[in-house]
Design a protein around this ligand. Structure first.
Ligand code: PMV
Length: 309
């Protein structure tokens, strides 16, 4: 039997803008997905057929990795699905981890590259931030060109992303899930259409890129007040790009009195928000009272790892 695990993630700055190649910063969080594989007579995932629509990412990971099998796969996760905490990326990365380890161990760069392809196939236009953060762990900074602590480069057509390791101090975030499911693909498409017809929208995308770089510096300095203000600015810009939701604003407003800053995280349109806080219990309670589901998460977690070989 082979087992691998991979963490979920939250995007601190730069979602949507990163699809256009702008900088973004994501951190691996303390919720994980585990995948186990053992030889079997036929392919199955959690006792079901591979064609089950629930396992699109796993099936695509099998195809992309070229695994011959057949294998019996068990995939378990503590990351709520459709919550903006990277559950599909973690499922993809943990699956690729066991699929490769069943034959020969793979380098993280290969896993990150294949996981990005899988997300692209299943979900459409995307950036590699979720899958690379789940693979590498800790924090991942996406830049337009190679900088210090460079990890790997990924490309789709003309678009290129340079992924970097980033040391971040331990931080506590409360994630507030709205309970509203919103698919990433259509939201990304809407932003693309908006940018095609509006110079104002394109300006907002580059402004988000600048906020990300300032945010990464402020985190390094542990200037939480500055980080919070930048999160609030990033949230306003995401709203202006049309990926906000009334419920997200309600949860952001509820968290603010106990937080340095708060913003939507991931694709938006529902999904989740995050609040940076040193009062996680009060923040979580405020989010729950406003109708959200709160999760306290810690940053700086390990990336994909082989647990049993
Ligand atoms: O909500 P998620 O985890 O699917 O985040 C999507 C982040 C986007 O920037 C909107 C898309 C992407 O692939 O980067």
């Amino acid at each position: 039997m082979v087992a691998c695990s991979a963490p979920g993630k939250i995007i601190l700055f730069g979602e949507h803008a990163v699809v256009f190649g702008e900088p973004a910063l994501a951190v691996a969080i303390s919720l994980r997905t585990t995948a186990r594989a053992s030889p079997a007579e036929r392919w199955s995932v959690n006792g079901r057929f591979l064609d089950d629509s629930h396992f699109k990412y796993v099936k695509s990971a099998i195809e992309r990795s070229g695994t011959i099998g057949p294998l019996k796969l068990i995939v378990e996760s503590t990351i709520p699905e459709g919550s903006g905490m990277g559950s599909s990326a973690a499922v993809t990365v943990a699956s690729l981890g066991v699929l490769h380890t069943s034959s020969h161990a793979a380098e993280p760069e290969l896993i990150a590259s294949e996981a990005f392809d899988v997300e692209h196939v299943v979900q459409g236009r995307a950036s590699p931030i979720d899958t690379s953060t789940s693979t590498h762990g800790h924090a991942v900074l996406v830049l337009k060109k190679k900088g210090p602590d460079f990890l790997w480069r990924l490309q789709k057509g003309e678009r290129k992303w340079f992924l970097h390791h980033r040391d971040v101090p331990p931080m506590t975030f409360v994630v507030g899930h709205t309970g509203i499911e919103a698919a990433t693909g259509p939201l990304v498409d809407n932003v693309r259409e908006f940018c095609e017809r509006s110079a104002e929208a394109r300006k907002m995308i580059s402004e988000i890129g600048e906020i990300t770089l300032s945010g990464a510096e402020a985190i390094k300095e542990k200037d939480w007040v500055a980080v919070g203000e930048l999160m609030n600015r990033n949230h306003k810009l995401l709203n202006a790009l049309g990926v906000g939701h009334e419920m997200l604003d309600r949860l952001v407003d509820a968290a603010m009195p106990f937080s340095y800053g708060a913003k939507l995280t991931g694709a938006g349109g529902g999904g989740s928000m995050i609040a940076l806080t040193d009062k996680p219990d009060e923040t979580a309670e405020a989010i729950e009272s406003a109708g959200g589901r709160a999760f306290k998460v810690l940053t700086g977690q390990r990336g994909m790892e082989v647990m049993i070989r």
